[in-house]
Structure formats: C-alpha cells, structure tokens
Design a protein around this ligand. Structure first.
Ligand code: ATP
Ligand code: MG
Length: 573
C-alpha cells in the first residue's frame, strides 16, 4: 500500500473526547471514527486489524469443531417473550416495529434465536452434539457507552452455542471452547488471565471470563500465586486477613457507650480523620431495601465496600440503595448506626467486624456518632456473612496465601447455560432411552472489536500503538527520508515492489513530506518493522531496520535484503 493513496488520516493531537488511551490512539492512528455515542466506523487500517482478529477467531473455532453460520440481526419479539427476556433485558435492548406494527429488536445476543433455529431441526440424540457460531454485529443501548470500542452500542462479537445430550458432553464442549479461547489470545500475543466469573442472573453451573491484562481495565482480578486460583473480585472467594478475637481490634474490656458531636462528618474518611481512628475501628452501616420496600442494614468494617450481589444472594432478593425520596424510616443518612436502630430494620453483619469491640458508628441522630459500640451489648445481629470484596491482605481460601490483584479488560465470556433456553423455547430431542428431553446448552462470546481496543490498551507507548505482529495492519513500513533524492526513491520503490511480490504486508510512505512526520506516523500506527532508506543508504547502500517493540536497531546491506525478506515473510505467519 502506498501511503499517499491510502485513506489513513492520522492525527497529531487527540480530538478531545477520548476517555482512555486505546480510544485516543485508535482515532489518532486512523483506525476508527466516531459517528455518534457508542457508534464507530472502521477505516481501512482499522478494518484490516479487525479482519485479522476475526480470522484467528474463526480458525480456532473451526479447529475446535464449531461450524460457522449467520443469523439475522433483527429478531422477532415473540421468541424473546417466550424466554421472558423481552422485558427482563430492559432498556439495553434496541426495539423497533415494522410497517405492520409488529415488534422486533436489534439482537443484543442470540440465545433465543439459535434455540428456535435448532429446535426445528434437531430431533434425536444422534443429531448431537453440535456447536454453531457466528461473527456478527450486536446492539446494546449501554447506559454509559465509553472508552471507544471497549463499550460501544454497536459492536462485533463472535458468539457460539453448543448443544449436547448429556452433562458430560456439555463439559467437553465447554473445555473445548475454554482451550480455543486461550489459543486465540495466545496467537494474538496478549497477556491474559482466565477467571471464575459470577453466573449472575443467567444462572448456570459454570462461567469463566477471559481478561486481557491492562492497567486501565474495568475488571479487578484477585489471584493466588500458589494455587493459581483467579476470580473477578465481584465473585472471589477469600478469607479475611484479620483473625477473629483480639487481633481483630478487640480491647480487653468493653467501655461505656459515648455520644460524640461530629458536625457534618458523614463519610468514613471524614470520620476517621475527625476522630483520629483507623477506618477498621468504624462500622460502616449501609441501609438498603428490597423491591417490597423492607429496609435492611448491612454492617461492614470501615475499610471495606458492600458487594451488593453477595447481599442479594444471602437474602435471595433484589436490593436497592435508599435515597432521600424513599427514606420511609426518615433515617439520618450519614449518621445511621446499629445501636438504637428501629427494631423493624434487620441487621446483617459482615465477618470483618466479628470479634471487634469498642467500635465507632452512627448514632442515628444528625451530626452525632457513638464511640465504644459493642456487638450484642448495644445491638443484635440477625445474621453473619461475607458481604464484601477482598482487600489487599486478604487470603486465598484454599491455601491461605495473600491474594494478588490485577486490572484487566474482559474480552471473552463462556457459560454453561444448561436447559434454561431449550426448555422455554422447545429445544427438545429424543434420547436413547426413548424420552423427549431439552438439550443442554453452552454459550461462548468473544468481543472482536473489544479485542482490538484491549490489544492497544495493553500494548502501546508514548509514541503510539505497538501491534503484536499477528494483528498489525502492516508488517513493514518503508520510509524513504527524502523523496527528491532519486537514489533513495528508486531503492524504496524497488523494495516496495519486491515485498508486494513476496506478499509481505507493507505500507510504503511515499509522501513528499519530512522524514520526521513519516517516523511519527509509523510509530503511531504501530507497524512492527521499519525499513529506512536515508543517509546511510546514499553513502554505503545500508538500510536501517527498526523494530517497533524493542530498542534494537540493525543495519543491512542492500545485497542482504532478499534474505531479510524471507525472515519477514515468516513474520506474517
Ligand atoms: P460487560 O460486563 O463488559 O458488559 P457482558 O457480560 O455484557 O460484558 P457478554 O454478554 O458476555 O458481555 O458478551 C460477550 C463479549 O462481548 C464480552 O466479553 C465483550 O468482549 C463483548 N462485549 C459486550 N458488551 C460490549 C460492548 N458494549 N462493546 C463492545 N464489546 C462488548
Ligand atoms: Mg454488559
């Protein structure tokens, strides 16, 4: 490709509304352009990267025995009503009606459609197992589209669905997808972790997320170096760092309850500063309500955060924080505490306050807190549990080693679905024993467009993108430092043609502009290898070779170029 003729509009500056480095670089490097919030167009270089990711995914899915199909983007409402998700999915779903007022949606995912599709043609256990996948756009009206391609409203996903006659077969399908996802990310060349994930409202037996490690990632992973356990912190099992009893902050004797004036001191941080006590000495009281309006108080050590999904699982109900309007008990928000709390509000305590004594908490009165609050003496606990996220110092439940933490971006998610959809959408087969049974499903998603963004997020420097060679838009960029110098121009032209003939993916910067801009653009766009025709070539026919991902530079003579080319061809593999 000749730069002068290629639609590669690079930008020196960030256009202004990028909120993360990969977003900014994908705009500046001429990969994508924003059309509207969460909607992006791919320009030629970006589309090349996308196709490469897609091909790696496709090859690995085919190798794992999955078969490619293509389903419509527009989906009829009926199948979503049958699974109850027409309403459940909520406002994330883009809905539309046709000219006859029939309801449809733009597919946010395809469980309903694939189950309907297969239900019509799978009759017997002999038709199973089967695994079908597609690579296609998905639509989700995300509450907060952000980070460019990372959380878009239209994005490309590879989604696969497996159908099995037995649980054992589902386990095999799941393992095959687990292995394929690992190979995909390894072939692309990114650092990642596989973590146990929450099966959430979908339910199901097992779920793993594939997370690309990156400092700006939305996911926090807790992992153990000793046994290899890794999980999303939302879902991580852990043991509290403190041991119950005295070392958890218990004094020898319980002191008298004392009310202290704490004007306008509402947050744990403010209170800790005001009273000069560590947050671990403070009870954080979170008031929360269920959908029927019953109010509960969850107590945690002041240094911890409530994991609402753990609280929901514990109470078996959906919960919501209380705001000023629905504060039926007129609780003094910021000054609520367990001692003297209205009896109808049940109290649940996290183990992080277990065994502590003489604590600090709200006094249920504006501008006042209590000192020397003691469990049992000053309030009763209706139930104990683990309601928080792990914090540094907490231990692996299996081997008691301190957990470590990493940040990352979820690019893939695999699920054992079971029979949830096959039951509701009539996906049945006749088993060997003559009985009609719902088939057992798995679903497996990987974000193609998010992978592109995640690769940039993990692999860049202050000059721009550093593409892993597997998905770089071009392997080589040829730079002639002066287009008015015939000798340089001719050699660059000849090399360009030679590379093209050998099917090396090359971008030849033939623009009549300063060498400095050419270098900057090559670095920004992340091309792995630069072939430079400059002063050394004029003098001694020496070509400078620079690698984007390492400081190393080498020189080769024109005569050795052919040999070097062979190496580059293998770079394309
Ligand atoms: P998240 O928790 O990030 O919202 P999700 O759990 O909704 O993701 P899935 O429904 O499991 O995601 O979709 C599978 C994959 O699709 C994700 O792992 C991700 O790579 C990609 N994906 C999901 N939502 C988006 C989005 N809004 N923009 C780009 N890619 C997305
Ligand atoms: Mg989501």
């Amino acid at each position: 490709m000749r730069f002068s003729q290629y639609f590669l509009p690079t930008l020196k500056e960030d256009p202004g509304d990028s909120d993360i480095i990969s977003h900014s670089l994908s705009i500046r490097a001429g990969l994508i352009r924003k059309i509207a919030s969460g909607l992006y167009a791919f320009l030629p270089a970006g589309y090349r990267v996308l196709k490469k990711i897609e091909n790696i995914v496709r090859e690995e899915m085919n190798n794992a025995g999955a078969q490619e199909i293509l389903m419509p983007v527009i989906q009829p409402a009926e199948i979503w009503q049958q699974s109850n998700r027409w309403d459940e999915y909520g406002s994330d779903m883009f809905k539309l009606a046709d000219r006859n007022e029939r309801d449809f949606c733009l597919g946010p995912t395809h469980e309903e459609m694939i189950t309907t599709l297969t239900a019509a043609d799978i009759y017997s256990y002999k038709d199973l197992p089967v695994n079908l996948y597609q690579i296609q756009v998905k639509f989700r009206d995300e509450i907060r589209p952000r980070y460019g391609l990372m959380r878009a409203r239209e994005f490309i996903m590879k989604d696969a669905y497996s159908f099995a006659a037995s649980e054992e077969q589902l386990d095999k399908d799941y393992e095959a997808m687990y292995a394929a996802y690992s190979r995909i990310i390894e072939r692309i060349g990114l650092k990642y972790k596989v973590v146990e994930a929450d099966t959430g409202l979908i339910g199901g037996k097992s779920s793993h997320e594939f997370v690309i490690l990156a400092q700006n990632g939305e996911e926090t992973i807790a992992y153990c170096d000793k046994c290899g356990y890794a999980a999303n912190t939302d879902n991580a099992k852990f043991r509290l760092k403190t041991i119950f009893g005295e070392s958890n902050g218990a004094d020898k004797e319980n002191k008298n309850l004392e009310e202290v004036y704490t004007p306008d001191v509402k947050t744990i941080e403010e209170l800790s500063n005001y009273l000069q006590e560590p947050p671990q000495k403070i009870i954080k009281t979170i008031v929360i309500k269920n959908m029927e309006g019953s109010v509960f108080a969850f107590l945690l050590s002041g240094d911890r955060t409530l994991n609402i999904s753990k609280a929901e699982k514990y109470l078996g109900a959906k919960l919501e924080f209380i705001n000023e309007e629905d504060n039926v008990h007129k609780l003094p928000i910021g000054f609520v505490g367990p001692a003297g709390l209205k009896k109808e509000i049940k109290i649940y305590a996290d183990y992080s306050i277990h065994g502590k004594s003489n604590l600090i908490s709200g006094a249920n009165k504006i501008n006042y807190h209590y000192k020397n609050v003691n469990i049992e003496r000053d309030f009763d606990v209706n139930g104990w549990g683990n309601f928080t996220y792990p914090v540094p110092g907490d231990l692996c439940e299996d081997c008691n080693m301190e957990l470590n933490y990493d940040k990352g971006i979820e690019v893939g998610h695999i699920f054992k679905l079971g029979t949830k959809y096959s039951e509701k959408l009539n996906g049945k087969f006749l088993d060997g024993d003559g009985k009609l049974k719902p088939y057992i499903m798995g679903c497996y998603g990987i974000g193609i467009t998010r992978m592109l963004a995640a690769a940039i997020e993990q692999s860049h420097d202050e000059k721009g993108i550093i593409w892993p060679k597997s998905i770089a838009p071009f392997t080589v960029s040829i730079i002639s430092t002066n287009m008015n110098e015939e000798k340089l121009k001719n050699a660059a032209e000849r090399t360009y043609e030679m590379l093209m003939k050998n099917k090396v993916e090359v971008i030849y910067d033939d623009r009549d502009i300063s060498a400095g801009i050419k270098f900057k653009d090559s670095d920004l766009t992340g091309v792995p290898v630069k072939l430079i025709f400059g002063k050394k070539f004029l003098k001694d026919e020496i070509i400078d070779i620079e690698y984007r991902n390492k400081a190393e530079k080498i020189e080769i003579k024109l005569n050795d170029l052919e040999n070097f080319l062979k190496k580059l061809t293998s770079l394309n593999e």
